[in-house]
Design a protein around this ligand. Structure first.
Ligand code: ARG
Length: 572
């Protein structure tokens, strides 16, 4: 009986009762033999020698007999030295596997325990342009969201927008002093940015501006109506701008709860810390000491009594756990905030919240765009929208050269351009730093979004010409067709069968790059197979089977691209 889709897992299921080793250990021990003549997988018998009190060679002979019996008729086993080599009977096994992959529940995992996972993602500071760090948080967070859902969990995305803080005092001062009403009406965010940058330039020679800004922020905190009105204006125009970006990226949020939402929830946390005796005075400020963890103290109240970033995150975490009932709290935030989150989680633990162990900081590395780091204040920003527009324009140019007759060119250009940006982020292990190059991201060769999308479009085109000839639903043939399951076809099929394993790994590591790599490998194995085994001039039965393999490769590519947040155009 076939009990799983993955060849390794299947081999381990057969070997487990024979070796009495845990399945996980068998999986990790299985090797790919040095040459394909030796079979698909090899199991080394050396670790068994001690407990079985026999030479590995002898164990291999015994085990291969037992394995052969257990795996018949799907696979055969043979001993070579101290190894048991397992060879699948491809004719027999491939249709079963292909059928299993074609089942409707194939793409959906069922977790042992369904969890509600609150994902803090994107979370930009508004009234400032959306930076590349927030782009990474958005793209990684949205991919994780879909990955969790595909794994059977209940993700909830929260945009924890930075809508509170001293920068609003500065923004208000800058606005009142220098904002040009016409400009502000035409491009509110552009104008807000212009005057915000000006504030920092002017403040270098006019320090009184800082006092003025502090004063405005104080008014804001005290609920002064004039200050609040200006603040609301900045929030509104920022959100409008942000929503345009999110729409282009295909990202939605279940909740938008900005930092201001927690204003009235912090005093309770501070009270609780006091009651628990955790607050200590340090140079006029109130902190929670974390010496035993060799961490610097976590600042809770500044010397003027005002709260600070960690205070807000404590209140936020408590809310997400107690009101939103999150089983896991996930924070998709740049690696530069690692210390902050370690401190916050440590304080939660000291407060007696055991669920602090289910809080994770999903950190990511810096991204440079064409070699530049971005800074809002100095105005040296590559605005994200510009980047997206440029990517789309280049994609349109490529289409004009490669496929000028393509219908809906503009839409496809958008899908390729935005997809290229997303993919060049997600293909990297998230902690790595990224040197983003638009040219590279849009190349149709190499590990890129367009490369993967193109493999999918190619399959769509093959299938559209072959209508009616596909072996679908898949039926096994009685007479053997050895040419169908060539090494390349078999390797591709085996890879399709490992989709669920890849998904589980992506969840476990909280790492969308696992799926991006999976997509690259799918495209690569497809291209390799397609260049070797011709579909069109095969005999009708082989052709029908090849088309079925192509079809399910296409489905796999499409579903992986969607997990990553990319479109899978049918033509490009
Ligand atoms: N707005 C913050 C920043 O841009 C990120 C917030 C991340 N989320 C959180 N709960 N601290 O740095």
């Amino acid at each position: 009986m076939i009990t799983t889709y993955s060849l390794k897992q299947q081999a381990a299921n057969w070997l487990q009762p024979l070796t009495e080793l845990p399945v996980e250990q068998v999986i990790s021990m299985l090797e790919v033999p040095p040459s394909s003549e030796l079979g698909d997988l090899a199991f080394p018998c050396f670790v068994l020698a001690k407990s079985w009190r026999r030479a590995p060679q002898q164990i291999a002979v015994e085990l291969s007999e037992q394995l052969g019996a257990a795996a018949s008729p799907y696979a055969t086993a043979a001993a070579t030295g101290g190894y048991v080599n397992l060879s699948w009977n491809r004719q027999h096994y491939a249709p079963l596997l292909l059928n299993a992959i074609a089942l409707p529940d194939y793409e959906q995992l069922q977790p042992e325990q369904k969890e509600r996972i609150i994902i803090d993602m994107s979370s930009p500071n508004i009234a400032k342009p959306f930076g590349v760090g927030h782009l990474r948080s958005t793209v990684i967070g949205a991919a994780l969201y879909r990955i969790y859902a595909a794994a059977g969990h209940e993700p909830i995305s929260v945009n924890h927008i930075g809508d509170w803080g001293t920068q609003f005092g500065k923004q208000i001062v800058a606005h009142l002093r220098w904002s040009n009403p016409e400009q502000a009406a035409a491009d509110p965010i552009g104008e807000a940015l212009r005057v915000y940058i000006k504030f920092h330039q002017e403040a270098e020679t006019m320090p009184e501006l800082e006092d003025e800004a502090r004063d405005w922020f104080r008014r804001l905190e005290q609920g002064d109506e004039e200050a609040l009105e200006l603040w609301r204006y900045f929030v509104k125009v920022s959100m409008e701008k942000l929503n345009g970006i999110y729409e282009r990226l295909g990202v939605q949020f279940d909740e938008v709860l900005g930092e201001s939402f927690y204003n009235d929830k912090m005093p309770a946390v501070v009270e609780q810390l006091k009651t628990l005796g955790l607050l200590k005075e340090s140079q006029g400020a109130q902190v929670v000491r974390l010496d035993e963890l060799e961490l610097p103290p976590c600042l809770i109240l500044k010397s003027d009594g005002t709260t600070i970033y960690p205070t807000r995150d404590l209140a936020t975490a408590v809310y997400r756990r107690q009101v939103m009932a999150g089983d896991q709290l996930v924070y998709v935030v740049g690696g530069e905030q690692t210390l902050h989150f370690r401190q916050v989680f440590a304080v939660l633990r000291k407060m007696g919240y055991e669920w602090a162990d289910h809080c994770t900081h999903v950190a990511f590395g810096l991204m440079r765009i064409n070699g530049k780091k971005m800074s809002t204040r100095k105005g040296k920003v590559v605005l994200l929208e510009q980047l997206m527009d440029e990517a789309v324009a280049r994609a349109a140019q490529i289409i004009a050269e490669k496929n000028p007759a393509l219908p809906q060119r503009q839409q496809v250009a958008e899908q390729i351009g935005i997809g290229a940006i997303i993919f060049s982020d997600l293909k990297n292990a998230r902690q790595n730093e990224i040197d983003f190059s638009l040219e590279e991201a849009l190349s149709f060769e190499g590990e890129t979004g367009p490369y993967v999308q193109y493999a999918h479009a190619r399959i769509c085109s093959i299938l559209s010409k072959a209508e009616g000839f596909v072996n679908d639903p898949i039926v096994a043939h009685n007479a053997p067709m050895p040419e169908m399951w060539s090494d390349a076809a078999w390797e591709l099929l085996g890879h399709l069968g490992s989709y669920r394993e890849a998904l589980a790994r992506a969840v476990q590591l909280q790492e969308p790059s696992v799926m991006a790599r999976y997509a690259i490998q799918t495209a690569r194995l497809f291209n390799q197979w397609y260049s070797r085994d011709r579909i069109v001039d095969a005999n009708p039965r082989v052709k029908a089977d090849r088309l079925a393999l192509a079809k399910w490769t296409g489905h796999t590519l499409e579903r992986t691209l969607k997990l990553l947040g990319m479109a899978a155009p049918q033509q490009m």
